[in-house]
Unconditional design. Structure first.
Length: 285
């Protein structure tokens, strides 16, 4: 749905860094003999004791962060999936997207990508397979995997926790009416990017994740939702809304009327242009 909503959950994990080395040389009295000066020793910050996975991170972000945190070559964690037998739903077909549960995980000395991924999936299964989520999914005529998929869209689309239940209701209302979901977040996932605005050309991408062209839910979750989004997915707020757009930060408008939604979109676009023009003005000396 063209909500013009800024990208969310742009939380960064504190990562390891290295201190730069400084070397200086000097030529003395016209000779070619370099005089060594003080060289800083190679020092390294201690490895973090925990790994934080924020709600809304995609699996690709989790993989990359594990690689960097454990000082492994890029792509190592993703490659390890081929050797793992994670306890995922059959519908996932081995893809852990949606089941790398957002949490803070300890990093013992013997931590490996395999152990970390298994711990995340085990945590997700404990959260998702309990009575509240299973019953909530059934109440909405879905299985648990579908409920997690809805939660992942809610996580990506809702500007605030208060909006999550309403976004979930829009999803269910559209599914019940046989309408395409038209969620920008699914298009961004198809294009492997995060963007503030989805263009008409973007919505033509040939992908099962393009909810402008494909009916129903995407084939997998599009991120790893947190508990708030999961609760919203199984307990959507009552309402008849079919559309929503964030007009300005902190103000998302929901409506069942297309004409009203179009007016809201126009106002949101005007606000965006106004903000862009203000940012482009040179600052006063």
């Amino acid at each position: 749905m063209q909500t013009n909503t800024p990208s969310r959950n742009s939380i960064r994990l504190t990562r390891r860094g290295r201190l730069a080395l400084a070397t200086l040389g000097a030529v003395v009295a016209g000779t070619a003999v370099a005089v060594p000066l003080l060289i800083m020793a190679d020092e390294e910050e201690p490895r973090p004791e925990t790994l934080v996975v924020p709600a809304g991170w995609r699996a690709s972000q989790v993989y990359a962060t594990i690689d960097k945190t454990l000082d492994l070559p890029a792509g190592t964690t993703k490659k390890s999936l081929a050797k793992l037998h994670l306890k995922l739903p059959n519908e996932a077909e081995g893809n852990p997207e949606g089941y790398l549960f957002p949490d803070t995980y300890p990093l013992p000395e013997n931590a490996t990508p395999q152990k970390l991924l298994a711990r995340m999936v085990d945590t997700a299964n404990k959260k998702f397979n309990g009575a509240p989520v299973a019953a909530g999914a059934q109440r909405n005529a879905m299985n648990v995997y579908q409920a997690v998929t809805v939660a992942s869209i809610v996580q990506a689309e809702a500007a605030t926790r208060a909006d999550m239940g309403k976004v979930a209701r829009v999803i269910f209302n559209r599914l019940e009416r046989g309408m395409p979901l038209q969620m920008d977040s699914t298009v961004d996932y198809a294009l492997s990017r995060t963007t503030a605005r989805t263009t008409p050309a973007d919505t033509e991408v040939d992908s099962p994740y393009n909810s402008y062209r494909r009916m129903g839910l995407p084939p997998t979750p599009i991120d790893n939702p947190g508990e708030d989004a999961v609760r919203a997915a199984i307990n959507p707020t009552p309402g008849d809304w079919l559309y929503f757009v964030t007009v300005r930060p902190g103000e998302t408008r929901f409506t069942a009327d297309l004409a009203e939604h179009q007016r809201n979109v126009a106002e949101a676009e005007a606000e965006r242009k106004k903000s862009a023009e203000k940012s482009a003005r040179p600052s006063s000396p």
